[in-house]
Design a protein around this ligand. Sequence first.
Ligand SMILES: Cc1cc2nc3c(=O)[nH]c(=O)nc-3n(C[C@H](O)[C@H](O)[C@H](O)COP(=O)(O)OP(=O)(O)OC[C@H]3O[C@@H](n4cnc5c(N)ncnc54)[C@H](O)[C@@H]3O)c2cc1C
Length: 438
Amino acid sequence: MSEKIQFDVIVVGGGMAGSTAAAIAAREGLNVAVIERGQKPGGKNYFGGALYTHSLVDIYPDFFDRKPPLERPVTETGFWFLSEDGMVKATVQGGHVNSDPIDAYVALRAEFDLWWAEQAAAEGAFYIPKTLVTDFIYQDGKVIGVQTDRPEGDVYAPVVIICEGVNNLLTQKLGLIDHDLKISKTALAVKQLISLPAKDINARLGLPDSKHGMAISVVGDVSMGMPGLGFLYTTSNALSLGVGVTLDALEETQIKPYELLQRYLEHPAIAPLVKDGQLMEYGAHLIPEGGWTTLPKLYTDGAMVAGDAASMVNAIHWEGTNMAITAGKQAALTAIEAHHKQDFSAKALSAYQDRLGELFVLKDLKQYRKMSAFLKNHPDFMDIYPTFLNDALGMFFTGFGKPKGKLYKDILRSLTKRRPLLKVVGDMIAFGRAVTGI
Ligand SMILES: Cc1cc2nc3c(=O)[nH]c(=O)nc-3n(C[C@H](O)[C@H](O)[C@H](O)COP(=O)(O)OP(=O)(O)OC[C@H]3O[C@@H](n4cnc5c(N)ncnc54)[C@H](O)[C@@H]3O)c2cc1C
């Protein structure tokens, strides 16, 4: 009979949450196994996207000295509001965005996650790649390990940190949440990475050089009236453009995700940016957008759950990796404490939820808890106002020689023909409530 494989901590998934949890626990001297289904960490991971410095430096204070594989810093960020044939840009550069270090960096996850895992391995974490965790091992109702798809692949530890990402089958299996992904609260994002010479990227986006970069949330025509957002990020030699909308909206409208993306890329304001670019990567990934409303129970006897698996995403702010990193760290700190006390009960592990409750992770998810319902109940919101903004600014800046009383009436009419004023007021109040959580 083969020997029992025993660790102090098992981490399921070598993504942002998993490799963070592993690094923190291993740094404390615990024996940590990270079980990752991909060929290597990062191989299965995909995002827009930007990483946020605050969370990276929190795990490795010397983060930048370690020469991480980052693309451009985000030196300009904001919204682009698309109408069918126009665009209003509201972006910010300098000032708060020009912090030291810069707050956000664009990255490619296949490269970054592998590097992030290497940092955790250097702390002592042991990676088991190409291995799928299929179920848990229980003793007296408590989790004491996991089963994998390898022959004789059972691995034991008194505490398991589940960082399995959006498709949270193990979290469901453990009864931490009583339903599968909800299609009204899960977005499908499709993205293309389009290679271009750096000088073209700089010229087309007005960036002074390749040490400057952009992270843009695109609102309006990009989602064809569905609840969703588009994005544009600059890597060193490519543009990352994509759009995410909820699965139920895709089902209702029967719009194909690739058609949505193609339409975005052909928009008159976007097409010149990607002209003559080479397609490097085309992919799709789910985003758990339910936040607080689909938050599972975060702990049970012998296990905790972190990151996308626990719906820890603030889609409006494109915050997911920083939530995953922060939650992974707090889960690891709780596992360390449990080892000190030799108490792995749900009661002991509930400290994880208390810790997260003190931080932006649960505070923000709670504050934005009404957002997905707001977007569902105001399907026109993403369409009417960006289009109106384009109309209004377009009229304002071309209203030469027109009596200005008439100009303002026309601007107002361009709003009220789309939405009666009372409803506009209602929309604004409802939006304010969704953002503030009041
Ligand atoms: C298009 C898009 C754009 C985004 N843009 C941004 C952005 O700009 N900024 C931002 O902060 N966030 C962004 N996000 C969100 C962000 O990518 C996620 O929130 C983050 O990756 C979550 O990290 P995680 O570790 O929880 O999950 P993941 O990174 O998904 O890692 C989960 C890991 O678990 C492994 N796994 C799963 N099941 C098993 C199993 N049973 N056994 C073994 N291994 C398993 C997977 O292979 C994977 O490696 C974006 C997401 C998408 C889809």
